[in-house]
Design a protein around this ligand. Structure first.
Ligand SMILES: N[C@@H](CCC(=O)NCCCC(=O)O)C(=O)O
Length: 260
């Protein structure tokens, strides 16, 4: 039988496609892969964004969870029924072609899923929702972009409160009514996908956290970046810890079933 405490989950981490030094790289920022180790007690496995060439069912048989990372790129507007526009660039269609099917399959199979920033936006689009762009230009909305700085700690500094929906799964994870979060985005959830439940909201109404309604496993999205302060900010640490615990619990139950 699997020892829950000592089990080290393997976590599929989505990759951006970037040009660098004359090569195409499939990469994830270090903060996410380190948060898998430090916050969830897992081993990160960066999955290249090769679209249909990745056998998602085979991947999900081997991993214990999926982390959908943030990225400066935006989900392609045609994926939520809108026309491409230079204002919504840059895009990363190879990432979209990999992460959207991966999200749907992970939810269907009950593989624990944590989706961060672009990841939350992908989760909403994958389930049929839409996005709004340039949130800061919309009436009554706040500026959710980060300050322009070469210093990561300044870009990822904690900047505004979000209210946690009472009684929801997120409230159970962080055990607070309000938390303070960082903010590095110019898009946000527009039409919420039917399959999602709002778990946290900013003062201007921006949807800051969601969960998947009736999901067979842990399936949470956040608009902020818990990975960055996972070792120093209690709510960020609790979220990654809950993700780790969900992966360990699923692995233990699968192991029990296999032993029967
Ligand atoms: N592109 C989307 C998603 C935002 C996101 O994931 N941001 C992370 C970027 C971190 C950085 O700036 O280094 C949007 O802008 O809404």
């Amino acid at each position: 039988m699997t020892d829950l405490k000592n089990f080290t989950p393997l976590v599929a981490v989505t990759a951006d496609v970037r040009e660098f030094g004359g090569y195409q790289w499939h990469a994830a920022p270090e903060s996410y892969v380190k948060a898998v180790v430090d916050g969830a007690g897992g081993i990160p496995l960066i999955v290249p964004s090769l679209g249909a060439a990745i056998d998602i069912d085979a991947l999900l048989e081997r991993v214990d969870g999926v982390l959908v990372t943030g990225s400066r790129s935006n989900v392609h507007p045609t994926l939520y029924g809108e026309t491409p526009d230079p204002r919504t660039e840059p895009y990363d269609p190879a990432r979209d072609a990999t992460s959207l099917p991966l999200i749907r399959a992970a939810i269907a199979k009950g593989v624990p899923l944590l989706a961060i920033c672009r990841g939350q936006q992908e989760l909403n689009v994958a389930l049929g929702g839409t996005l709004i762009s340039e949130v800061q230009d919309l009436p009554g909305r706040h500026d959710h972009r980060s300050p322009v700085s070469d210093v990561a700690d300044e870009r990822f500094a904690i900047r505004h409160p979000v209210e946690i929906v009472p009684g929801g799964c997120f409230a159970r994870i962080v055990e607070r009514d309000t938390i303070e979060v960082n903010s590095l985005h110019r898009q946000a959830i527009g039409q919420l996908a039917e399959g999602l439940v709002v778990e946290a909201v900013a003062a201007d109404g921006t949807i800051e956290a969601v969960s998947v309604r009736d999901a067979p496993g842990f399936a949470v999205g956040v608009q902020w970046h818990p990975e960055y302060w996972v070792t120093t900010d209690a709510p960020s640490g609790r979220l990654f810890h809950a993700f780790g615990e969900a992966m360990r619990a699923r692995a233990a139950s699968r192991n029990l079933l296999a032993a029967e």
